[in-house]
Design a protein around this ligand. Sequence first.
Ligand SMILES: [Mg+2]
Length: 365
Amino acid sequence: MSLIAFSVSGVIVMVISGFLTFAFGGYGSPFLQHTDPDYSAAYVVLETDAGDGLKGYGITFTLGKGTEVDWSRERGGAPGNSSHSERGVGPVGEAGRKVLCFPEEQMLMHGYPAYTTSCAWLGYSDDTLKQVGFLTWFCRFKVKVGADLQDDMRRCRLIRDMIGPEKTLMMDANQRWDVPEAVEWMSKLAEFKPLWIEEPTSPDDILGHAAISKALLPLGIGVATGEQCHNRVIFKQLLQANALQFLQIDSCRLGSVNENLSVLLMAKKFGIPVCPHAGGVGLCELVQHLIIFDYISVSASLKNRMCEYVDHLHEHFKYPVVIKQASYMPPKDAGYSTEMKEDSVRKHQYPDGDVWKKQLAAQEN
Ligand SMILES: [Mg+2]
């Protein structure tokens, strides 16, 4: 590693939005609590005075209006409350010249196991479920549940029949239930042998997650959560309370690489596998670095470990993830893969990008 002296000479903050979320294929939102997400992102560019024009790039995103809050905060540089100040713009990862080295054969040959969430959005018809399920080459699948029990049972039965008894099935309720409801609902879905139920209730309800974990333990169902956890303190309490069996860091929501690393270390101490949240705008790109680091430098194990993968919006990034045989392949480019393609930024910048000019013009007519 060589160190280069430079200082930040400018900060550009912009809202990038108007992405086509084609993965959802017109089937509506994959989220139970957000019916009309638009996947906008706050994108930060740090300019430096380095002679070669070195820049740093950071990104965070919401499902829509929340991005305006992130954008305002980052522009204003106003300190938030203690929890808010530790979340938000993910790490400016490119301003640093690192030499990546992955000697471990496992990673080079086989990569890090991925699972797909794209196989069973709530809006898919049975025919679409069959097509999507069979087309994927994954061994691990996640299904959204929680809107209607009978419909969940029908879709889970269909998917379990398609993938067979050996492949891994997970379920995600996106915070839909209260505690007793989560236990009751999952008791009914236990026959489909899910490895975990994700976000069964409010992400802030640590003791609620603990109660659900305890109740579902005899059924062989773990609780997974963390994509909404915004700092290491909440993760510490989840771990101390035995409230989760699978820990899901989110590389944008947790503030910077350092916060993610502290959570990886705590998970190691508690013997809990980290299975990061990904998807959205650039999450897969960022998280690929964290999973490889976790495997090589912290956990040294792939047991019960996998990383979420959603196949959309990668085309907007300069260093997109590489997926082979249902695994994340080790990134070969230095940095945190946060840099977006200039053309994508230009087209999607709000409100002056071409995408937005067309949309705004259409709204006026
Ligand atoms: Mg989720």
